[in-house]
Design a binder for this molecule. Structure first.
Ligand code: ATR
Length: 267
């Protein structure tokens, strides 16, 4: 029996256990996916303990993604992003740290027919999610502009991402006029029916990914659909970060459709 799990605090409402356990059922794997809620100061002990207990793999979420980096051997992308959301304990050496949020965003967009290579992409938000997505898009060949409420944070992030630029939210309208891809990596739209992007800055040639998945149809995605843009909801990102983690841990192709069905049934 392989044990996988999620480290976070809180993790009570996580959608990952049913999503991953659907994959195990589908492929006939003897495995379980459980949630762990260590105290914020105990992340190092939690990872060392998981290694000793021969846990096969862990996802990592808020507030541990950055701190987990110190307790694993990060791959190159996770090191550049500065955050880990997937730990693999299968090797003989120290646990390795990965960041599947970046690839999750790329796979979500590609699954909707969006070409990243050569695209002009605007990422709204410069927190953890914005960071992962900006690196992912740039690595896949997009030219990235980070737009953030606090412009200095956008500039700091852009300085680390190849060929990226950092701007304030007031520049969104001209930026989007020339853009192919827009990603909301802020929490705006989760608590209230609000959008971080003025509706009239959107146009039909955009592909719009919203990392917010509760609600699934955010104000931003409604506004984007109204002008004929391609819309990609946050459940796709959640799905594909999980798919990537599953594939990294097991070396198998994930049963994406079954995982997607389970995930969406919970939302
Ligand atoms: P996460 O790790 O999930 O990305 P975070 O690090 O707290 O979360 O980052 C939240 C992001 O959402 C930031 O880019 C934040 O902008 P600031 O850097 O200016 O704080 C952005 N954000 C949060 N609330 C916002 C709001 N009401 N309007 C615009 N941006 C907002």
């Amino acid at each position: 029996m392989d044990v996988f799990g999620l480290l976070g605090n809180p993790v009570g409402h996580s959608l990952s256990p049913p999503m991953h356990e659907t994959a195990y059922d589908e492929l006939g794997l003897e495995a379980r996916y459980v949630t762990f809620e260590p105290e914020p100061d105990d992340i190092g002990a939690a990872i060392t303990g998981a290694d000793a207990l021969e846990i096969a793999g862990l996802n990592v979420t808020i507030p541990f993604k950055q701190a987990a980096l110190e307790h694993v051997e990060p791959d190159e992308l996770a090191a550049r992003i500065g955050a880990v959301n997937t730990i693999d304990f299968s090797g003989s050496g120290p646990p390795t740290g990965h960041n599947t949020d970046a690839v999750g965003a790329l796979r979500s967009l590609r699954n909707h027919g969006v070409t990243i290579e050569g695209a002009r992409a605007v990422v709204v938000g410069a927190g953890g999610a914005g960071r992962a997505i900006a690196f992912g898009l740039a690595d896949a060949g997009a030219t990235v502009t980070v737009a953030n409420r606090t412009e200095s944070k956008a500039r700091d992030l852009a300085a680390a991402v190849p060929d990226a630029t950092g701007r304030g939210l007031e520049d969104l309208e001209p930026l989007l006029a020339d853009a192919d891809v827009l990603v909301n990596a802020t929490s705006v739209g989760m608590e209230e029916d609000a959008s971080p992007v003025p509706a009239d800055a959107l146009h039909g040639d955009l592909a719009v990914l919203d990392a917010v998945y509760q609600p699934l149809e955010t104000r931003l995605l409604r506004d984007a659909a109204a002008v004929g843009a391609t819309t990609v909801d946050g459940a796709w990102m959640l799905l594909y970060q999980g798919v990537e983690a599953f594939e990294l841990w097991t070396g198998l192709d994930a049963p994406v459709e079954a995982m997607n069905e389970t995930l969406r049934a919970q939302l």
